[in-house]
Design a protein around this ligand. Structure first.
Ligand code: IVH
Length: 698
């Protein structure tokens, strides 16, 4: 698609265009289009982002501005056209140029050997080359290009008629809106492929849904196919779909044109597509000259199926030579020249025996289905979260149901649905408790939340969970103070609460089985060491709702001492980096409570460090000593906590907000008010993620 030289030129041009324009709008618009198409290709097809999201957004916004000023400069394949208006109607039905067939399945080497024998009979030769590519588990799609432009995208539907989802297909940034097909004498071409969603994107998306009190989506496949059909293209764009195009199903040549050489074989055609900028699986393909080779590759690939960023449910083996494919033909269901080799199922059925209601650290009640243990994809599953009451109601799962369980890749297992056709009338509805299963207090549910909560601060399960969290690795890091010991000490009355960690009766502990002098000394030492932990670890360890490690760091860097927060109200808290009203309210509530203040006093008395020694001043050794940093926006190259650790390691300090004391603001995507403020101050160095990395490494 691009030579190394083209790539360098486009990259430099992109960087240049962020702050400059060409002489006239027409040329600027052309250049902007070229660099945006290049950036999309790098990001979505090659998986190697070149520009920071913010830089990309700047280029995109510039192009939109020019097109708004000069509509005559808009081209039909402008990347801005991916941003479509909302749809008001359901998607119209369209007929496919060629029916979208399915695939026949094989499950083992015998099946493959049989298929190979049939292929050789039908092809009339023993000389067959096979191509193998992943079988992507997503939603199939048909895309038509006419006169070099993407003109239609459609779902599979019933294979003959599909839904016209062109606007949504255009939101998928790996799919080119135009391609130079006419240069190859091709007037019209239909390409088939799969719309997929990265496993990571899917998990993040579901985490957000759960946090928002919505039911998580079942699996990446359902998420992809559901997204393709939603009526709001902006939402489609947000969900970060991807595409893999694996089959040219039809093409029409320009009058007098000859078929391009590459279109004689499957391998040739997918490589050709890839070179034209399409997201084909060219780099994922394996060419085999015998079925023995195919079988060996299938076994080897199955072992690393989880390494791919997308969910893969098998491999597809295709006869490479199109002339042979034509000779072999197809049934009304599937082509005879291709077959799917399906990996071992990751779905299983099991009986739902009961539902346990677990109490979390902050009192959230989570229903957990206990099922008869089943083996799915190499692990035994017996407990599955049902998330919240809405999920139970939506799925209508009942005790005694046979349930379909799926474990997609490394994604956590979930209940797809109850098999209601197998019910015999003995199934019982799941009764959600009204009182806490641990302390019997009345449960509460806030109107905007999906989960019921036990708000009894002394609820024994919450107390134990809070102590475990306080001692955990990312908080105070008190080794050997894990679940079992905390539970044991608590049950014996030796550890009533968090400050109790610093007042354990060690004489009593020494009388317990398994607590010799050595383990007691180690435990005492670990507890003693924890007193010197930095303030952010204490804050994180306190287990304030909505306060994760990053927020804890922000909070810690904003004060000189933990008790300073007694004076902070919601408004003041929201001035801090990435702290919105929800988090601010939770923090303010926490520090307003008498029992929490008492706990903080007790920690102070025990000698736990509650001061922020680094406040607004950096340490004096290290390459970044004396320098202050702040990160804003969504970072794509590294986790914020890791970047902050790198700064601190080099002697720099992290600040909680933009002020004249700040030296560097590192901006990710969608940076907002912090960036504006920094620009206004004019004294702060604003860095992209790449520039930050250069600084850190230098
Ligand atoms: S070829 C006529 N190749 O699997 C060509 N299909 O179970 C038929 N699929 O409907 C399709 N990855 O949606 C082909 N590399 C791949 C595929 C693939 C996933 C899907 C496709 C098909 C389904 C059949």
């Amino acid at each position: 698609m691009y030579s190394a030289q083209d790539e360098r030129r486009l990259f430099d041009k992109a960087k240049y265009l962020i702050d400059n324009n060409e002489n006239d709008d027409r040329t600027t618009a052309e250049q902007l289009r070229a660099v945006i198409v290049y950036a999309d290709w790098k990001y979505y097809v090659q998986n190697e982002p070149t520009l920071a999201d913010k830089e990309y957004d700047t280029l995109f916004a510039k192009l939109k501005q020019i097109e708004a000023r000069h509509p005559e400069l808009i081209t039909p394949d402008s990347p801005t056209h991916r941003v479509a208006m909302g749809l008001s109607e359901r998607f119209p039905a369209v007929s496919h140029l060629v029916p979208m067939l399915s695939l026949d399945n094989t499950y083992n080497s015998d099946d493959l050997t049989d298929w190979d024998r049939r292929c050789r009979e039908l092809a009339g030769t023993d000389n067959i080359t096979y191509c193998i590519e992943p079988k992507y588990d997503g939603a199939s799609v048909s895309i038509i290009y006419e006169n070099d432009l993407l003109t239609r995208g459609a779902t599979r539907g019933d294979g003959v008629m599909g839904e016209d989802v062109t606007v949504n297909v255009k939101q998928i940034r790996s799919i080119p809106l135009s391609a130079k097909l006419k240069e190859f004498g091709i007037r019209q071409m239909e390409i088939r492929g799969e719309i997929v969603i990265h496993k990571k994107v899917f998990e993040e998306y579901n985490k957000q849904r759960i946090a928002d009190g919505l039911a998580p989506l079942a699996n990446p496949r359902n998420a992809a196919s559901g997204t393709l059909r939603i009526l709001d293209p902006a939402e489609v764009r947000k969900r970060g779909l991807n595409a893999i195009l694996y089959h040219i199903s039809d093409y029409t040549l320009e009058q007098g044109a000859e078929r391009p050489e590459a279109l004689a074989t499957h391998f040739g055609s997918l490589t050709w597509l890839y070179d034209l900028g399409f997201p084909s699986p060219a780099k994922e393909m394996k060419v085999c000259n015998s079925i023995a080779e195919v079988i060996e590759y299938c076994a080897e690939f199955e072992g690393r199926r989880d390494d791919l960023p997308f969910e893969v449910d098998g491999l597809v083996i295709k006869v490479n030579d199109f002339a042979l494919q034509d000779r072999m033909g197809m049934t009304s269901h599937h082509p005879r020249w291709a077959v799917a080799y399906k990996f071992k199922a990751r779905q299983a059925t099991s009986k739902l025996r009961r539902v346990e209601f677990q109490v979390g650290r902050v009192g959230t009640i989570t229903p957990v289905a206990k099922i008869d243990p089943v083996h799915i994809g190499g692990v035994t599953v017996s407990s599955i979260s049902l998330f919240n009451e809405d999920v139970i109601r939506e799925k209508d799962v009942r005790i005694g149901d046979t349930v379909l369980v799926e474990r997609a890749g490394d994604v956590i297992p979930y209940i797809v649905k109850p098999l209601s056709e197998l019910r015999d009338g003995t199934e019982e509805p799941i009764v959600y408790p009204t009182t806490c299963p641990a302390c019997a207090s009345q449960l509460e549910k806030l109107p905007e939340e999906a989960a019921w909560r036990c708000i009894n601060i002394s609820c024994p399960v919450q107390v134990v969970e809070r102590i475990i969290h306080f001692a955990s690795k990312d908080a105070m890091d008190i080794r050997s103070m894990g679940n079992a010991n905390v539970q044991k000490f608590h049950d014996l009355g030796l550890l009533p609460d968090i400050p109790g960690i610093y007042h354990i009766n060690w004489d009593k502990v020494r009388t317990l089985e398994g607590f010799g002098d050595k383990s007691v000394t180690n435990l005492q030492q670990a507890i003693e060491n924890s007193k010197k932990q930095p303030l952010y670890r204490v804050i994180f360890g306190l287990g304030i709702r909505h306060v994760g490690e990053t927020t804890a760091k922000t909070l810690a860097s904003a004060v000189g001492h933990l008790t300073d927060f007694y004076e902070w109200d919601v408004e003041k808290l929201t001035t801090l980096q990435d702290i919105g009203p929800k988090v601010a309210t939770s923090v303010a509530d926490f520090f307003a409570r008498t029992e929490n203040r008492r706990m903080i006093d007790m920690l102070a008395e025990a000698g736990v460090n509650l001061a922020n020694d680094h406040k607004n001043q950096a340490t004096t050794d290290g390459a970044l000593s004396g320098k202050t940093f702040l990160f804003t926006g969504t970072l794509s190259r590294f986790k914020r906590s890791d970047a902050e650790a790198m700064v601190e390691e080099k002697g720099g300090a992290i600040l909680g907000g933009v002020s004249s004391k700040l030296n560097y603001l590192v901006v990710g995507a969608d940076a907002g008010s912090k960036l504006e403020k920094a620009k206004k101050l004019g004294t702060i160095n604003i860095l992209t993620e790449d520039e930050f990395m250069t600084l850190i490494q230098g």
